[in-house]
Ligand binder design. Structure first.
Ligand code: NDP
Ligand code: AKG
Ligand code: MG
Length: 424
């Protein structure tokens, strides 16, 4: 077989994928090495089988997290960022972030440094997966989470620090702020949400919805309370929908204008006609009621576009509905440059590290997203079908086994073996 080669992206966005692309990977902390070892074997088997050995991935390990620190004294070496930037597509295991102090999230840093502005987390039900809800098959959503701003920008100052005193003094003396309840003992965080950041995220969500034949995009926000961040997210979301997609979409902003002018019946009629004509419905929901309605009326939601923190909460909540965080894939994508890092939604699950125990499905399904992104659909389909077959045979890891009658519990590595056996 030939030497590995770089994936390239042309100016028009077209991706050129050689038969042996070099793909950097980060093994990850905690359970990362366990799930990555299984995932790597499954991906290699699927690619080999799908293309009779004519295609293969040339893996290139790059370091981040504890392994990077042990080798280089840095948590996220420049070399890692440079390599992913150069090779365009990467896949990673989870990385640990300490709570309340210590280094800031390396996962977030990778997204910000490489400007991977959209975190796409599809949430789908696999038949047979144990779920806490009655009709898990009603959940079929794709979350687009803004990945570079919001409270995750990490602009915050600790209680008692000189910096926080300066910020509080500035807010009180120059900005007329008089409602910091306990100024002497407050930490302060800043939440930047921009028009550019919102519009590129919502644009990606609408493009995805139109390409995939989805019915709606819901903008999820807490704009009643945070008016100029989350409220503006909603306004900019509707703006980009109406200004750039014209009559391909019908928005609730349009609905509101019709209702104001001609009454509710006219608004409902316009929406019904738009939906019947196959237009994409762009609507919105306030985050708290949204979290209730995805449980009570999941069929009403399809593509979801939201800010960083909301997207984090919504990802784990929706994952629970289709069987849990063990089967929740994701991708961090810059749709303008083609750069992407694929990773599971879950974290390092440290209590299970090194036990060959946890479910590798999230990272394996993230790899399915990666293979689809490369347009290696045959290999992606082999994995998805093997996943269906393996779950149907009730051979599963501990997380599913504890909720499933008659299951055979297997280790992480054995679940990988089973997937490979079931590829046909
Ligand atoms: N993108 C990333 O790299 C992410 C990193 N993190 C980081 O991970 C660390 C741990 O975070 P934590 O909040 O405990 O969240 P985790 O997602 O790591 O784990 C929480 C629980 O989820 C379940 N779980 C997680 N992964 C799996 C899996 N592969 N298979 C089956 N069950 C799984 C386990 O549940 P149970 O105990 O019920 O068996 C586990 O105890 C933190 O440092 C956090 O910052 C967190 C999220 C994302
Ligand atoms: O970076 C982290 O440690 C947590 C990130 C996270 O929870 C997520 O991206 O879903
Ligand atoms: Mg999370």
């Amino acid at each position: 077989m030939t030497q590995g080669e770089k994936i390239t992206v042309e100016n028009n966005g077209k991706m050129n994928v050689p038969n042996r692309p070099i793909i950097p990977f980060i093994e990850g902390d905690g359970t990362g090495p366990d799930i990555w070892a299984a995932a790597r074997r499954v991906i290699e088997a699927a690619v080999d089988k799908a293309y009779n050995g004519e295609k293969a991935i040339d893996w290139k390990e790059v370091y981040a997290g504890q392994k990077a620190y042990d080798k280089t004294g840095e948590w996220l070496p420049d070399e890692t960022l440079k390599t992913i930037n150069e090779y365009k597509i990467a896949i990673k295991g989870p990385l640990t972030t300490p709570i309340g102090g210590g280094i800031r999230s390396l996962n977030v840093a990778l997204r910000q440094e490489l400007d991977l502005f959209a975190c796409l987390r599809p949430v789908q039900y696999f038949t047979g997966v144990p779920s806490p809800v009655k009709n898990p098959e009603d959940v079929d959503m794709a979350i687009f989470r803004e990945n570079t701003e919001d409270i995750y920008a990490g602009i915050e100052w600790q209680k008692g620090s000189d910096e926080v005193k300066k910020v509080i003094d500035f807010l009180q003396s120059e900005m007329g702020v008089n409602n910091i309840r306990f100024p002497e003992t407050s930490g302060i965080g800043v939440k930047p949400v921009s028009e550019e950041g919102t519009k590129r995220l919502v644009r990606s969500a609408i493009n995805y919805a139109l390409n995939e034949g989805r019915k709606s995009v819901t903008l999820v926000h807490k704009g009643n309370i945070m008016k100029f961040t989350e409220g503006s997210f909603k306004a900019w979301g509707y703006e980009v929908a109406e200004q750039e997609y014209g009559d391909k979409v019908f928005t609730w902003a349009e609905y509101d204008r019709i209702v104001e002018k001609d009454g509710k019946d006219a608004g409902n009629k316009a929406q019904d006609e738009a939906v019947a004509a196959g237009k994409l419905l762009v609507k919105d929901a306030i985050a708290d009621i949204f979290l209730q309605q995805i449980l009570t009326r999941p069929k009403e939601f399809d593509v979801v576009a939201t800010m960083n923190l909301n997207g984090d909460y919504i990802s784990d909540a929706l994952a629970a509905q289709v069987g849990g965080i063990g089967i929740a894939p994701g991708a961090n994508i810059n749709y303008d440059t083609g750069h992407a890092i694929f990773e599971a939604t879950h974290g390092t699950a440290p209590k299970y590290a090194g036990m060959d125990k946890v479910n590798p499905s999230s990272v394996i399904l993230s790899a399915v997203e990666m293979l689809e992104h490369l347009e290696w659909r045959e290999a992606a389909n082999l994995i998805t079908k093997a996943m269906d077959k393996t779950i149907a045979s009730k051979v599963v890891t501990y997380d599913f086994a504890r909720m499933m009658d008659g299951a055979t519990e297997v280790k992480t590595s054995e679940f990988g073996d089973e997937l490979i056996k079931n590829m046909d």
